[in-house]
Design a protein around this ligand. Structure first.
Ligand code: MN
Length: 344
């Protein structure tokens, strides 16, 4: 096990100034892992700054604010004062693909620092100098926790809270199938280290704006059930966000709602983006369909049970294309299953 972590730790130990970043539209795992790594680097007297590709979502802001972690936000424009030249290391957490780091690739041309990736996604590109990937890990935060243990960074309450935020949010508060014994043991360790789990629950799940509830209503009104109620499709147009007064960052977890229906095996949420930007497609499945593989056909990726992609073009045409492709896939899977049944 040490062999997996040591090369990565050697690289981190050699760093003096690290720029930590994570995927666009960062979630609790992305931000919790980023915060935990920033604090760990500080404790090792290594400077760390954070780069975000979307503005910091309000419900996760506490983990940065309480720990005085400053961040650069490049959603609208790259800040003039932010030069990669002052960093010797780029640490990317919770993604390993350029498409999740919009605009970063050309900025790294000619930059000579080391590129490190810490991630748990199946979909990876080959551009890092050193990768720490564990696709069995429930969250990037789980890998970060193992890394910090190897690095002998103690789980004090701030670090433990950041790691707990990461694993609790990527497992849907330990409900999703990615939750493994290691996840629960780690959660117990983090509780013992001083995490106020009740507070984190309230911050994650009882902390929405009323506008987000209005958006949820509109998403549910758009629900279509196809293929014997096995495929759920929801669509959110720009008008829905305007009418609800909600932001595009407030779609998190909406995709899980149709999965409450017993018959639903696959849930798709399609979100219209501002003019000229690709349609955002989120995918979830219960058992049968590998949505990461499905997303990869369209340049996306993720996990077998949770994935996403972005596709340019007219909203309705993109929706039709994705729904038809998913129906084809589900029908092919049905035929395969029937063949197996017949043989046994
Ligand atoms: Mn994650």
């Amino acid at each position: 096990m040490t062999d997996l972590y040591q090369p990565f730790l050697d690289r981190l130990c050699a760093a003096r100034r690290v720029l930590i970043t994570t995927h666009v539209r960062p979630d609790g795992d992305a931000l919790g892992t980023t915060a935990a790594m920033a604090m760990a680097l500080r404790r090792k007297s290594i400077e760390a700054e954070v780069l975000l590709f979307s503005r910091l979502p309000g419900k996760y802001a506490f983990i940065f604010q309480e720990n005085h972690i400053a961040h650069h936000d490049v959603e609208s424009a790259w800040p003039a004062h932010l030069s990669l030249e002052k960093f010797d290391t780029l640490l990317v957490v919770d993604t390993g693909t350029w498409s999740q780091l919009p605009g970063l690739r050309p900025r790294l041309d000619g930059w000579t620092g080391q590129r490190l990736v810490l991630d748990h996604h199946l979909t990876q590109e080959n551009w890092a100098d050193c990768k720490l990937i564990d696709t069995q890990a429930a969250a990037a935060g789980e890998i970060a926790a193992d890394l910090l243990e190897h690095w002998q960074v103690p789980f004090d309450p701030p670090v433990a809270t950041a790691l707990f935020l990461a694993i609790a949010s990527d497992t849907g508060w330990f409900q999703f199938s990615n939750t493994r014994p290691r996840t629960l043991r780690l959660a117990a360790d983090l509780m013992e280290a001083g995490v106020d789990t009740d507070r984190i629950y309230r911050l994650l799940y009882q902390n929405e704006r009323i506008q987000r509830l209005a958006l949820q209503t509109r998403a549910q009104q758009s629900l279509q059930l196809l293929h014997d109620n096995r495929l759920a499709v929801m669509r959110l147009r720009r008008n829905d966000f305007e009418q609800a007064g909600a932001s595009v960052l407030e779609t998190e977890n909406l995709i899980n709602i149709p999965l409450q229906v017993q018959s639903v095996e696959v849930s798709i949420l399609m979100v219209e983006s501002p003019d000229g930007q690709p349609v955002r497609v989120s995918l979830r499945s219960k058992e049968s369909v590998d949505v990461a593989k499905f997303a990869e056909q369209f340049g996306g990726g993720g996990h077998a049970r949770a994935a996403g992609l972005r596709l340019p073009g007219d909203f309705q045409l993109v929706c039709d294309r994705i729904v038809n492709a998913m129906l084809d896939l589900m029908k092919r899977e049905d035929l395969k299953r029937e063949d197996v049944k017949r043989e046994t």
